[in-house]
Design a protein around this ligand. Structure first.
Ligand SMILES: *[C@@H]1O[C@H](CO)[C@@H](O)[C@H](O)[C@H]1NC(C)=O
Ligand SMILES: *[C@@H]1O[C@H](CO)[C@@H](O)[C@H](O)[C@H]1NC(C)=O
Ligand SMILES: *[C@@H]1O[C@H](CO)[C@@H](O)[C@H](O)[C@H]1NC(C)=O
Ligand SMILES: *[C@@H]1O[C@H](CO)[C@@H](O)[C@H](O)[C@H]1NC(C)=O
Ligand SMILES: *[C@@H]1O[C@H](CO)[C@@H](O)[C@H](O)[C@H]1NC(C)=O
Ligand SMILES: *[C@@H]1O[C@H](CO)[C@@H](O)[C@H](O)[C@H]1NC(C)=O
Ligand SMILES: *[C@@H]1O[C@H](CO)[C@@H](O)[C@H](O)[C@H]1NC(C)=O
Ligand SMILES: *[C@@H]1O[C@H](CO)[C@@H](O)[C@H](O)[C@H]1NC(C)=O
Length: 461
């Protein structure tokens, strides 16, 4: 078809108008509660289009190729419901978070357990812990949320490894998983520390506080956490006596130790924990909210070079959520934390212009869509939006509860103890299993230089 001059000008104008419309970011007025709720609803809807666990023939909560990510999605849904009051997704949340708990109630379901790392299991435990702390109703015919967190704790406690470096959890659970079996990493240990600290505060059972102290003491005596500089390193090699650390900064490694310290301060009131909270918070803000990025949250190890993998895209969402809880349990941190969360959410909203459907990107600091599309992007943005409702709901008793401040999830201190080692240690791992284990795709060749290269791709999960 031949297009006349006039027509083509019209077409150009129309096209420009359409483009303008297409490039519409998520509207976000950071000082307006309803605006933040609407933004959170949009990002969370964009997250849930990736979730099929409630459809016929699908398995609730199952993400076969990236099992741990289900816990991140449910974690985001818990915060979304808690801070916005929108219960649209609560049924899927309840069913999925329960379904994946496994017959033993410790988040080692036999479909996946033979290729899981301690960190994978831990993240589901933290999601269940959050459900208990937010008074998300227990199900009537299953494990209570608190008991699931206790089951994960008991299971991990049984794997505390004193054969190398005097303690610590290894990244992987089984020898056949390769070198990850001798690597002691920050997220596994910091995650166990956080879980123990939150259980201590919720139940006031001192066994959990004892373990939180034990994991902390081991961590600060290892290269993982430096209690003078507050550097948190990614991992340290057990076969090398944990002499050196891989100094590769990730938001979630700092965030998980920070959460544990904040909860321990809230529980004990001890100055030691306030110092740790302030020190770790200072380093976290300094490292991941850089001036050159407009103080917008950024996983500095992967974002500038655009090499973030799916695991890593989720880390900022976790840090966003954790910072909002830290501001609640250690109120003196609120004024430091809130402006950083606000700046990050404003930038994140501007990244949600993708695909003509409000797809959000990875590099929030660019304040425009960077071309990335995925469930992980949506999860992190949902979390940073929910976290920004804090100023509006602060007066409404939103702080995580304990068993003495209204929490009534049923306790079972010996949850998960029937099966410390997990049931399935298959003699043969099928190709299907390997494909299922994102974490197993890392092949360790030993040596720090080689390790560093792999760790850059994220030792996470
Ligand atoms: C947005 O578009 C992308 C790319 O087509 C798609 O994968 C995603 O599911 C869409 N999201 C929504 C909320 O429609
Ligand atoms: C699954 O949940 C979504 C969102 O809540 C809902 O729109 C959809 O109808 C549900 N599907 C089924 C099969 O229940
Ligand atoms: C494990 O796999 C079976 C068979 O596909 C399925 O029925 C079951 O729901 C799965 N369990 C979990 C926890 O994913
Ligand atoms: C599991 O480990 C705990 C200690 O961590 C121990 O008391 C218990 O007996 C173990 N259970 C089994 C079945 O091995
Ligand atoms: C740092 O940790 C070491 C080892 O546990 C401990 O001896 C020291 O007292 C700690 N320092 C501070 C300031 O807490
Ligand atoms: C961290 O602490 C140092 C020393 O007290 C201070 O100069 C710096 O501004 C702090 N950084 C942040 C981000 O709060
Ligand atoms: C512990 O957290 C609660 C709930 O946010 C808060 O009211 C209380 O002041 C905190 N306690 C301490 C010692 O910070
Ligand atoms: C916990 O309290 C809620 C009301 O806040 C109630 O509906 C629920 O049955 C209670 N759960 C238990 C296990 O007592």
């Amino acid at each position: 078809m031949r297009v006349s001059g006039t027509n083509s000008i019209c077409a150009v104008i129309l096209y420009a108008l359409t483009l303008g419309y297409q490039a519409h970011a998520i509207e976000l007025d950071i000082n307006n509660e309803q605006s933040i709720k609407d933004a959170a609803a949009t990002a969370t809807y964009g997250m849930m289009v990736w979730y099929h666990g409630n459809e016929t023939g699908q398995i609730p909560g199952a993400f076969p190729s990236k099992w741990w990510e289900g816990s991140a999605l449910f974690y985001a849904l818990l915060n979304y419901w808690h801070f916005t009051g929108d219960s649209t997704y609560n049924d899927e949340l309840s069913v999925g978070l329960q379904w994946q708990s496994g017959t033993n109630g410790d988040y080692l379901p036999s479909n996946y357990s033979h290729f899981l790392g301690n960190d994978d299991q831990m993240f589901w435990g933290l999601a269940a812990m959050t459900a208990a702390e937010l008074k998300f109703p227990d199900v009537s015919n299953g494990f209570s949320w608190l008991s699931l967190a206790q089951g994960v704790f008991n299971s991990q406690k049984g794997r505390w490894d004193t054969t190398m470096c005097g303690g610590g959890l290894t990244w992987q659970m089984f020898q056949y998983q390769g070198s990850g079996y001798t690597l002691k990493n920050a997220i596994s240990n910091g995650g166990f520390f956080q879980l123990a600290a939150r259980l201590a505060r919720y139940t006031e059972d001192n066994e959990y506080a004892t373990w939180a102290n034990k994991v902390w003491d081991w961590s600060v005596n290892s290269p993982l956490v430096n209690n003078k500089t507050w550097l948190v390193q990614d991992s340290t090699e057990g076969t090398n006596g944990c002499k050196d650390g891989a100094n590769i900064p990730w938001t979630y490694n700092y965030g998980t130790y920070l959460m544990g310290a904040a909860y321990m301060y809230n529980y004990t009131g001890d100055q030691q924990w306030l110092d740790a909270t302030n020190g770790l918070l200072n380093m976290t803000l300094q490292t991941f909210f850089r001036k050159e990025s407009g103080f917008v949250m950024e996983d500095v190890t992967c974002e500038p070079r655009e090499i973030c993998n799916n695991n890593e895209v989720l880390f900022k969402g976790l840090l966003s959520t954790w910072l909002s809880y830290i501001a609640l349990v250690v109120p003196t941190t609120y004024d430091l934390i809130m402006p950083k969360l606000q700046t990050s959410a404003v930038a994140a909203a501007k990244s949600c212009t993708g695909n003509n459907n409000n797809t959000c990107g990875v590099q929030w600091y660019k304040s425009q869509w960077d071309g990335w599309t995925g469930m992980e992007e949506q999860i992190s943005v949902s979390q940073v939006f929910s976290a920004n409702l804090l100023p509006f709901v602060q007066s409404k008793a939103v702080a995580p509860v304990t068993s003495s401040t209204g929490g009534n999830s049923t306790s079972n201190p010996s949850a998960g103890l029937d099966n410390n080692k997990t049931d399935s240690t298959p003699t043969l791992i099928t190709t299907g299993d390997k494909a299922g284990a994102g974490i197993l795709t890392l092949i360790f060749v030993g040596g720090w230089i080689a390790f560093g290269a792999f760790a850059l791709m994220g030792s996470g999960v």
